[in-house]
Design a protein around this ligand. Structure first.
Ligand SMILES: Cc1cc2nc3c(=O)[nH]c(=O)nc-3n(C[C@H](O)[C@H](O)[C@H](O)COP(=O)(O)OP(=O)(O)OC[C@H]3O[C@@H](n4cnc5c(N)ncnc54)[C@H](O)[C@@H]3O)c2cc1C
Length: 399
């Protein structure tokens, strides 16, 4: 398989580099779940989203009529890799819009829905910021167990229930919500639907949950007799389970190439640090670096393989799970090695952004506290392994 990029992709890479130099301060530390906590970070992220949108980079692979550039998947890969490497903020529009709401609407949405919602995401507008409401107190890995109920009355759904761990709900205008539209079903994954809910609706109540380092990234969201027009149903009523398998594929599939970029940056910076600090003289440390270099190269090849399959018109099945599980493990390995290398400096308070003692601008500590959450979000590593077992290795089902 030949992964050589053409002139177009090389030019794009240079253009993004210039954009980063001009728009993003050198000491900025970005990355997933870094911008929802503080108002100033969120505003900065949204200002960058707007600038990316002006270039149509934010959603570059979407068709032009919905605000994209109609770019190839390889151009998008170059962009996503750079987003990861340079930690470009504002690229996910909340957490869901660019990654899976838009692509899912392209598959299942009506023409009216595509025209109404996709351009708002592509334009980097506050009204194009989305959160995702799947998990509930008793439904995470066992997603089919959701209880949030949507009852159809006339031309509206009335929604009641609770979601949890809803990332960016406090920043979002819309929620991509999984609900139960039929409870009289023989299998629990039947009767599920996807409904788009305006977060400004009466009866929507968002309560913060702080994560273990004090960041406000996710929330509990309560729905108390929330009225939603029936035209906000996405795809077919009660067939949401099947649609969601695609949406989750988009979510997991969006991880790999950006993660490769972010891991490469952390690797480059750690290597520079080790050389400057005289640590590179130690053979055990050189061996660790060599092992990580191999792991990161493997990550790149797997991510590119997934893209190559899609570029040829194929649908990845187990690959997004493989790529996500691989990154979960690699990120843990790399950030544990990084914190050991930096030593006690890596125990600095992560919320103290301006600490003069922070090494590598706190990038490694941030990765360290993020890896556990990322290995759970979008489906735990264990569950990705179940999918790989079933669909790649033809092992018996795990449930
Ligand atoms: C940073 C972060 C952001 C998140 N953002 C969102 C969001 O925006 N929207 C949203 O809806 N949810 C979100 N979540 C929730 C996330 O999707 C769930 O936490 C996840 O699916 C796991 O569900 P659970 O927490 O109920 O754990 P459980 O499903 O109860 O899992 C507990 C443990 O059991 C293991 N386990 C469970 N089932 C199996 C099995 N069949 N085989 C083997 N092991 C198994 C798991 O691997 C895990 O170790 C987020 C979570 C995190 C950490």
């Amino acid at each position: 398989m030949d992964f050589n990029f053409g002139e177009k992709e090389k030019r794009l890479r240079m253009e993004i580099r210039e954009f980063v130099k001009k728009e993003i301060p050198e000491d900025h530390v970005g990355g997933l779940f870094a911008e929802e906590h503080l108002d100033e970070d969120w505003e900065f992220a949204m200002s960058i989203a707007k600038k990316l949108a002006e270039k149509r980079w934010l959603t570059m692979a979407w068709p032009e009529e919905y605000g994209g550039l109609g770019a190839s998947l390889w151009e998008q890969a170059v962009y996503t890799e750079a987003v990861g490497y340079w930690g470009i903020p504002g690229t996910s529009m909340g957490i869901s819009g660019v990654g899976w709401v838009g692509p899912s609407l392209m598959l299942y949405g009506t023409e009216e829905q595509k025209k109404k919602y996709m351009p708002l995401i592509a334009a980097g507008e506050p009204d194009g910021v989305w959160c995702t409401g799947y998990s509930e107190p008793n439904a995470g890995s066992d997603f089919a167990n959701i209880k949030t109920r949507a009852e159809k009355k006339g031309d509206e759904y009335i929604i009641n229930g609770q979601k949890v761990w809803t990332s960016a709900a406090h920043r979002s205008r819309w929620c991509w919500l999984a609900v139960k539209t039929d409870v009289n079903v023989s299998k629990k994954y039947h009767g599920i639907s996807i409904i788009m809910v305006d977060m400004k609706s009466k009866g929507v109540n968002v309560r913060p949950i702080l994560n273990y380092v004090g960041y406000h990234i996710f929330n509990e969201v309560f729905f108390d007799d929330v009225h939603v027009p029936v035209e906000n149903l996405v795809g077919q009523e009660n067939k949401g389970w099947y649609q969601l398998m695609h949406s989750l594929g988009f979510e997991r599939g969006s991880v790999a190439i950006g993660a490769y970029g972010a891991n490469s940056r952390a690797f480059d910076e750690l290597l520079e640090y080790a050389k400057e600090a005289g640590l590179f003289k130690r053979s055990d440390i050189r061996h660790e670096f060599a092992g990580l270099a191999v792991d990161i190269e493997v990550q790149k090849i797997m991510a590119y393989e997934t893209i190559a399959k899609m570029a040829k018109g194929g649908t990845p099945i187990y690959e997004p799970s493989r790529d996500k599980a691989y990154n979960d493990v690699l990120m843990e390995k790399m950030t544990i090695f990084g914190t050991q290398l930096i030593g006690p400096y890596s125990q600095l308070d992560i919320l103290d952004k301006n600490s003069k003692w922070a090494r590598l601008k706190g990038r490694i500590e941030r990765g360290y506290w993020m890896f556990l959450g990322l290995s759970i979000a979008a489906g735990t590593t264990d569950n990705q392994r179940n999918i790989i077992g079933q669909f790649a290795l033809n092992l018996p089902k795990s449930y």
